[in-house]
Design a binder for this molecule. Structure first.
Ligand code: SF4
Length: 397
């Protein structure tokens, strides 16, 4: 069983595509079920997370059907034309924005077109990392690596040319053909992570990009979409994923989540939603992550696992699997957090048990020391075996 899928085999060429663009259903308004009431994304709760007042938009993105759909959702927002979604000095600098970080995430959107489409091999959480529907997040987890891509005050950039992404994926899947052998990502389907740089549940509050991806994967028998989320968006229950989208609810003890997962749905509600998502046609997995080592962490993870064992229905347990991921932190993020949320650093920054390693982009990533991490991974495995033995661990590191 190869640890990684063959790298670089499929490319973005169109000639070998098995699926024509006419097969791809994009750019349509959501087809909510006839009996569905008002959409959650129009509720006061959703508006508290995203109350958009300014939209920085590339002209072509604003003029596109998806762009116009988004602008129509926020008729009172000021539209600010920008040459590129990558270079918006007011938003992307790190300095001066610390106090306004969360407000920028709430009140600002960026519309852009994804220029470069690339699918990268992964082999751990998914077989492949797909180009996503968006970049950035309206939530503000203190350990999140996503904000670093565009500076720390990084609101959501929605990519309005989702049809190009879907066409790219169609060609990629067609070139791969059937999955030759089972691996821990999935026994039969190529798994594509569509949420590397955003939280798809929140992206679905803004546009139909995620709905279009879910709909596309529902028609691709050799592939499966996958995304991790910390937000419960009931609108996703109105889609018809036909088992071809895996939702991975990220979980951690509520006391950690309260301190670190700023603006996310409560952990209990993520667990409570699992049955509904399964019934709606999703595969439901769990990310036990990040595991943050601090006093009594073992006790609180035990309580969480026991809670899962108590409340999750058998049908969820029967198909569930989990990823266990120890915290990775970052020196620059640590410095930034000290400016707006220093209490988080009491548990995230523990030099006595961590070691720093220079990353590819030159910043310092901080992880638990080898022996500390190995012991913690073994402890997590033992806790799962003791309290949630039905939960298969896909990988732990
Ligand atoms: S929900 Fe995910 S993407 Fe959003 S801030 Fe938290 S870790 Fe980052």
């Amino acid at each position: 069983m190869p640890a990684h899928p063959p790298a670089g085999r499929p490319d973005d060429g169109a000639e070998d595509a098995l699926f024509g663009l006419e097969d791809i259903d994009t750019g349509q308004a959501s087809r909510a079920r006839a009996d569905a009431g008002p959409l959650f994304r129009d509720s006061p709760t959703a508006r508290r997370l995203l109350s958009v007042r300014a939209i920085f938009a590339e002209p072509a993105a604003a003029a596109s059907p998806r762009g116009r759909q988004i602008l129509a959702r926020y008729p009172d927002a000021e539209i600010v034309p920008v040459a590129s979604h990558w270079r918006i000095p007011d938003l992307h600098g790190n300095e001066g924005n610390v106090e306004r970080w969360v407000r920028i995430k709430t009140e600002t959107l960026v519309l852009g077109e994804k220029k470069t489409l690339a699918t990268r091999p992964n082999g751990r959480s998914a077989d492949w990392i797909a180009p996503g529907p968006a970049n950035g997040c309206a939530m503000a987890c203190a350990y999140c690596y996503v904000p670093r891509r565009k500076g720390y005050a990084n609101p959501i950039t929605v990519f309005t040319n989702i049809e190009r992404t879907i066409a790219h994926l169609s060609r990629h899947i067609a070139r791969l053909g059937p999955k030759p052998e089972a691996n821990q990502c999935d026994p039969t389907a190529w798994v594509y992570d569509i949420g590397e740089n955003s939280d798809c549940s929140v992206d679905a509050l803004i546009s139909d990009n995620v709905a279009d991806l879910v709909r596309a994967f529902a028609r691709w028998p050799a592939a499966k979409a996958s995304f991790a989320t910390k937000f419960v968006n009931p609108d996703l229950l109105l889609l018809d994923p036909r088992g071809r989208t895996r939702v991975r609810f990220s979980l951690m003890p509520q006391s950690d989540s309260k301190l670190l997962d700023i603006r996310t749905s409560p952990v209990e509600s993520r667990i409570a939603a699992a049955g509904d998502f399964l019934d709606a046609g999703y595969e439901v997995h769990f990310n036990l992550s990040p595991v943050v080592l601090r006093p009594d962490w073992e006790r609180d993870w035990s309580l969480l696992l026991r809670h899962m064992d108590d409340v999750l229905p058998a049908r969820v347990k029967d198909q569930a699997a989990a990823e266990v991921i120890m915290l990775t932190h970052n020196k620059d993020l640590h410095d930034l957090n000290l400016g707006w949320h220093p209490r988080a650093e009491d548990v995230l920054w523990r030099p006595g048990v961590q070691q720093a390693k220079r990353s590819e982009n030159g910043s310092w990533n901080v992880r638990y020391r080898g022996e500390v991490k190995a012991e913690a991974v073994a402890t997590m495995r033992a806790l799962v075996a003791a309290h949630a033995p039905w939960l298969r661990i896909r990988y732990a590191f």
